[in-house]
Ligand binder design. Structure first.
Ligand code: AMP
Ligand code: MG
Length: 486
């Protein structure tokens, strides 16, 4: 295990040069305090957990000190925001500190969010507030624990630096980790500014750095597009299966690695609601829960556009057509597991959709339903869940079909429960839980956010004494308005 000063940097993105990013120094936060750390993320960098106690830890992650071999840079990108093209975005308040290579040879970009103004800050102050930094931290590590690909989070620091949003808040920084910070919007920037040499350089960089096997392909750019499309379909299938609503699926928030990226006003569903819109500022509901599937497809089309200088349009079109079937197959596979099925049957799709419609009509809690459905034996679990439904006849008809279908799996009640509980989380990051932890942290009490993080990093395990984190949300907690401002 390593100390902080032993991290090994090899900054490949920085070496692409000034067309891609600009050198910027982080601006430190006043009187920084360490709020929460992810031990799992420390391990990704081989960092000894004892390093957290060193003053240097907080100094490095609040912009006071920087490794001599790091090369902080603000990346340039653009993107489609709510369907309209914005020609100039970029890292307005985050800096890519550099790329760390761990003992296993894995590489992690270190990105410090909230590090001050950059050439891409536009009207912004370059800062992030404690509230949104905690929200990104919790979601990153929780999604990972749920088996949903995501950028990771190492730590959050808070400070006495005032930051003004709708009210005065505390300035904070989040240290984000990801194998790459390249977004769909990076390619759009070079495509729409007609910098085709740089565009090609970026595609080549992504292939060499992250998809080396594709370099051997006869059409590497087309192969890359297909890979990104497959990963994005698989990612969105996981979001839909587990009730995650991203909130701002602009193309600048879409990772080229197909991981969940750039969290804003996200939410996990409490009651199942296909039309749920988690972002209070999303008036048209463009990024509603059910729209995430067509929007992912739309975003992939925006990426495909940037490939047109190099790849025949017809080939890109054919690849685009793979998206929906891939998504559907992946989603159904996940839902089968959540329902406790190991084999595929022709009626499974209909059975699943009937259930979701019943849940929608009766505002049934999405996470708790699946967890309790796994309790043994199936017939009794279904009887207990029945009370949550308004259309009892509809539910009974579904339950009869479900129990008959379950019986054909020939599982013992014990093995069925173990299998289902391993894929149906007991604990989910509900907005109101995050809100309670944030309110305590804003008062300087970091105990609640640390405890919530610990519980959510083992979402499938029974955790004695933690039952309150698995309860239904209070009525106020279901209607929190989460805005884009962060
Ligand atoms: P986001 O909504 O966080 O995905 O950000 C969209 C764009 O706005 C990105 O280019 C961000 O860097 C930029 N941005 C967001 N907030 C700020 C801020 N407070 N200061 C400067 N730039 C910002
Ligand atoms: Mg963003």
């Amino acid at each position: 295990m390593k100390t902080l000063t032993e991290l090994h940097f090899d900054n490949r993105f920085a070496r692409l040069g000034d067309a891609f990013s600009t050198a910027v120094e982080p601006q430190p936060l006043a009187d920084p305090r360490l709020v929460v750390v992810s031990e799992a993320a420390l391990a990704l960098l081989d960092l000894n957990p004892a390093e957290v106690e060193q003053p240097l830890f907080t100094e490095l992650f609040s912009g006071h000190k920087i490794w001599s071999t790091a090369e902080p840079r603000a990346m340039v990108y653009s993107g489609h925001q709510f369907g309209s093209y914005n020609p100039q975005l970029g890292d307005g308040r985050g800096l890519l500190l550099g790329e760390v290579v761990n003992a296993a040879g894995e590489r992690w970009d270190l990105h410090l969010k909230g590090a001050g103004k950059t050439p891409y800050s536009r009207m912004g102050d370059g800062r992030a507030v404690l509230r949104s930094s905690i929200r990104e931290f919790l979601a990153s590590e929780h999604l990972h624990a749920l088996g949903i690909p995501s950028s990771r989070a190492l730590c959050v620091t808070s400070s006495a630096t005032p930051v003004y949003r709708e009210r005065q808040e505390r300035g904070a920084m989040l240290l984000r980790l990801a194998p790459s910070h390249v977004r769909f919007g990076h390619f759009e920037f070079f495509y729409y500014t007609r910098q085709h040499a740089e565009l090609k350089q970026l595609f080549d960089h992504v292939i060499a750095a992250h998809f080396p096997a594709l370099g051997e392909h006869p059409q590497p750019y087309l192969a890359l597009f297909r890979e990104v499309l497959e990963r994005t379909a698989a990612l969105v299938a996981r979001w839909q299966a587990y009730g995650f609503c991203h909130g701002v699926m602009n193309t600048d928030n879409m990772s080229i690695l197909g991981i969940t990226f750039d969290f804003g006003p996200y939410a996990f569903l409490d009651d199942f609601d296909a039309r749920f819109v988690c972002n209070h500022s999303d008036d048209g509901g463009r990024y509603s829960f059910e729209n995430q599937v067509p929007i992912a497809h739309w975003n992939l089309a925006a990426l495909a556009q940037t490939l047109t200088p190099f790849v025949e349009v017809q080939r890109l079109r054919e690849t685009m057509e793979l998206f929906l079937p891939l998504y559907e197959a992946e989603w159904l596979d996940l839902m089968r597991r959540r329902l406790g099925f190991t084999q595929a049957e022709a009626e499974d799709d209909r059975l699943t959709r009937r259930l979701l419609q019943l849940m929608q009509d009766s505002t049934v809690d999405y996470t708790r339903f699946f967890r309790e459905l796994g309790d043994r034996p199936a017939a009794q679990a279904v009887q207990r869940l029945r009370e949550d439904f308004i259309d009892l006849a509809g539910f009974d008809a579904w339950a009869a079909d479900y129990c008959a279908r379950s019986a054909r799996e020939n599982a013992t009640p014990d093995s069925r429960q173990a299998r289902m509980h391993a894929v149906n989380p007991k604990y989910i990051l509900r907005n109101y839980l995050a809100q309670q932890a944030i309110e305590a942290a804003e008062q300087g009490d970091y105990g609640p956010v640390r405890e919530l993080h610990a519980v959510l990093s083992r979402p499938f395990d029974e955790q004695p004494g933690m039952q309150r984190y698995a309860e239904r949300p209070p009525e106020w907690g279901k209607h929190l308005e989460i805005s884009c401002s962060s």
